[in-house]
Design a protein around this ligand. Structure first.
Ligand code: NAD
Ligand code: DAU
Length: 362
């Protein structure tokens, strides 16, 4: 039988994880095996992986990353070469409303994954089985907030997280760094800016605005709408992670970003403009499309003003650069959402309705 490299992907039923799995199986075919470990919280959707779920080199395991026994069993059953650790609570607003689950999943869950990987990979002499790597997927939010008039996040920018979400991600990064220092554990950390693309849960800015605009609902913009995020097409992120796994120096951190800063209000207006251009003339969903839907609402507590990544190191040392221009990526994304109404209906029914009503008081 062919020697397959086995990737254990946590959180592979979420937005970035599912895009990553689809990208990897498309790129490497059956040269690799993917084991997707996901607890299927509200954010996990196995439907995202329908195209690959019957493949022999894909396996889904429903498990919580804080469950030592379940994670230990995965490592016992599978000969894992690479861990790609996406699983996390990922939404800032939810972390403000309920911080504890963020600490549990993001901090304790990461510790559980690190311990299980170390137990499986470390040899008696303290070195590690060859070819093993733990890729910890993290965020630019660990660096805090930048002023409007300049500055970038570099790998050596001091950590200054300001929300419970970013504090929990910063803590998880520090644990990974501690494992590399203390145990010589073979890991990389990637800190990425805001992703957009297919399969993103509509609690996040871009899919929420597309969904509401299609339904003729208000578009809730926090504060003055001038907060800046640095947007990256999700497939470019998947490619960057693959390249860091292949070429990243163990122990190093790499920042990933699109050099693509936009104010939130610009994004919202672009969504309306593109929906007007792209929706067929006879599509009933055109009826309410207008800037009049934009509604300024109370600001997010502790709202970070601006994020901007300097992706110089990953370009210089790994050769990765963003490929998808925002104008192209956002059009593709918007088209994907209005062509996948059933996907949107499935994820916005039930618990999401309750969340939305509570969060936005509408
Ligand atoms: P997501 O919320 O869409 O997906 C998270 C996935 O993790 C879901 O499938 C969920 O079921 C799973 N999960 C949650 N808790 C779990 C647990 N206890 N055990 C097992 N599985 C669990 O998140 P995303 O946007 O795809 O983000 C993935 C990772 O990338 C996160 O670590 C996030 O911090 C990081 N990140 C996200 C962005 C972004 O813009 N979305 C940018 C940079 C970094
Ligand atoms: O920077 C990377 C981070 O990007 C990731 O680590 C997080 O997991 C991911 O959720 C994202 O965090 P943000 O808080 O930047 O993304 P969100 O889509 O929630 O919000 C983007 C901006 O839009 C932010 O300034 C808040 C604003 N916003 C958001 C929502 C949901 C609104 O104005 N209205 C809204 O309804």
């Amino acid at each position: 039988m062919k020697q397959q490299k086995t990737y254990l992907v946590t959180g592979g039923a979420g937005f970035i994880g599912s895009n990553f799995i689809l990208y990897m199986l498309e790129k490497y075919g059956d040269d690799i095996r993917v084991v997707n470990v996901d607890a299927l919280t509200y954010a996990g959707n196995p439907e995202n992986l329908r195209d690959v779920e019957t493949k022999e080199n894909y396996r889904f395991i429903r498990a919580d990353i804080t469950d030592h026994a379940a994670i230990g069993a995965v490592f016992a059953e599978e000969s894992v070469d690479i861990v790609v650790h996406f699983a996390a609570e990922s939404h800032v607003d939810r972390s403000i409303a309920d911080p504890e689950v963020f600490v549990r999943t993001n901090v304790l869950g990461t510790a559980t994954m690190l311990n299980a990987a170390r137990a499986a990979w470390e040899k008696e002499d303290g070195t590690y089985l060859p070819g093993r790597k733990f890729l910890h997927v993290s965020t630019d939010e660990v660096y805090g907030s930048l002023p409007e008039d300049g500055g970038y996040f570099y790998e050596d920018t001091p950590y200054a997280p300001r929300s419970p979400y970013s504090a929990s991600k910063a803590s998880s990064d520090l644990l990974v760094k501690a494992y590399t220092e203390t145990y010589g554990f073979p890991a990389n950390i990637t800190n990425c800016s805001n992703n957009y693309g297919p399969y993103q849960f509509p609690e996040k800015l871009i899919p929420l605005m597309i969904h509401n605009a299609l339904e003729g609902k208000k578009l809730p913009v926090y504060g003055d709408g001038k907060n800046v995020r640095d947007w990256l097409y999700v497939v470019d992120h998947a490619k960057a992670i693959d390249m860091v796994i292949e070429k990243g120096v163990p122990g190093e951190t790499y920042n990933i970003g699109g050099h693509n800063e936009k104010q939130n209000i610009e994004i919202v207006k672009t969504i309306i403009d593109i929906l007007r251009e792209e929706l067929p003339e006879d599509d009933a969903r055109r009826a309410h499309l207008s800037y009049d839907l934009i509604t300024y609402v109370e600001d997010r507590k502790g709202h970070d003003r601006r994020y901007a990544i300097a992706p110089d190191k990953i370009k210089r040392e790994i050769g990765w650069e963003p490929e998808t221009m925002f104008a192209e990526g956002i059009r593709k994304t918007i088209r994907w959402y209005f062509e996948h109404e059933a996907w949107m209906d499935n994820v916005t029914s039930g618990a999401y309705q309750e969340y939305y009503e509570k969060m936005y008081s509408v």
